[in-house]
Design a protein around this ligand. Structure first.
Ligand code: ATP
Length: 294
């Protein structure tokens, strides 16, 4: 359904954009309907940039992004609007997606104005209430409120509801759990699981390996802008083949271990090299499991 083919992204940085920073290097991934694909990796490894390219919030420097086989890499404004009917994003800080001077439910009204101007207000409001209930929000408790009167979890769920009003195919969820408290986290995670059952594909970007393990069928591990390992979550997490993946998994705190218990020494890793060069190729290391050769 959604496919990234050999995608690269360079940002212009430094004084007057005199230097290039290669943030994403030759990434090829795909998401099927009803699948959650997690992208994990250290800070700065390029995860958010992938999400932004999928959402067309930043351009693709090289390579292409396809939705149902159609290249959507560099679309004009009109086509982009159509694209957003099918692909939407929800981000880490839900407050940043709302204008504090307007009531939070304005996000639903602007959607009607842009995409469904023919739908009468009363009918639209009924749809909004239905979709709010589907994300387990009580319409009476959230409609007519300003963003500061709602919790992060409520705002996050309203953004998911907004995406659902468009009958999307792909949701980009970038660190959407990290700002939520433990009980709201599990609610939002279970909601994503329900959406997946309805056929939605989810690109789940996270630092948190246990969340990735909980929610996704497949996982992609990134380092220095490139994929170092990917495959079925169970296989990658139980039998990591790349030293970076082993270090990453070894660094997850375990409930019944103390930091002082038999500390695991991290393995030596290749330093960040020439990012303009092709990254180490991915080699099949098992059924549904690939790791970078180096
Ligand atoms: N707009 C930008 N201009 C210049 N450099 C950028 C821009 N956005 C991101 N970068 C750089 O690109 C690299 C990848 O950033 P990105 O935000 O994709 O990483 P990330 O894996 O999502 O990190 P985090 O987990 O901390 O959010 C980083 O070195 C970052 O500093």
């Amino acid at each position: 359904m959604l496919e990234l083919k050999n995608v690269w992204k360079s940002y212009r940085v430094g004084a007057l954009g005199s230097k290039r920073l290669v943030a994403v290097r030759d990434v090829s991934i795909d998401i099927a309907p009803g699948e959650v694909l997690s992208v994990v990796g250290e800070s700065g490894s390029g995860k958010t940039t992938i999400g932004k390219m999928v959402l067309q919030l930043t351009s693709v420097s090289r390579g292409s992004i396809l939705l149902d086989g159609a290249d959507v890499t560099a679309k004009g404004h009109a086509q982009r609007k159509e694209y957003y009917r099918k692909v939407q994003g929800v981000f880490q800080d839900p407050f940043s997606s709302y204008n504090p001077i307007f009531k939070a439910d304005r996000v639903f009204e602007t959607l009607r104005e842009s995409y469904h101007p023919q739908v009468k207000k009363a009918e639209w409001n009924a749809r909004v209430e239905e979709v709010l209930q589907s994300v387990r929000l009580d319409p009476g408790s959230v409609l007519g409120k300003y963003p500061h009167q709602l919790s992060g979890g409520q705002l996050q769920r309203m953004l998911i509801a907004r995406a659902l009003l468009l009958d999307i195919k792909v949701l980009v969820a970038d660190e959407i759990i990290s700002m939520l408290d433990a009980s709201t986290r599990i609610d939002v995670l279970n909601l994503l699981a329900e959406l997946r059952e309805r056929g939605l594909g989810v690109l789940f970007i996270t630092h948190d390996l246990s969340l990735a393990n909980y929610i996704s069928e497949r996982v992609v591990i990134m380092r220095h802008g490139a994929v170092v390992e990917m495959g079925e979550t169970g296989k990658v997490f139980t039998d990591p083949q790349h030293p970076y993946s082993r270090n990453l998994l070894g660094s997850v705190p375990q409930l019944h271990r103390k930091w002082s218990d038999d500390p695991v020494e991290p393995e030596a890793l290749q330093p960040d090299g020439d990012r303009e060069a092709d990254p180490a190729p991915l080699v099949k290391v098992g059924d549904g499991h690939w790791a970078a050769a180096g």
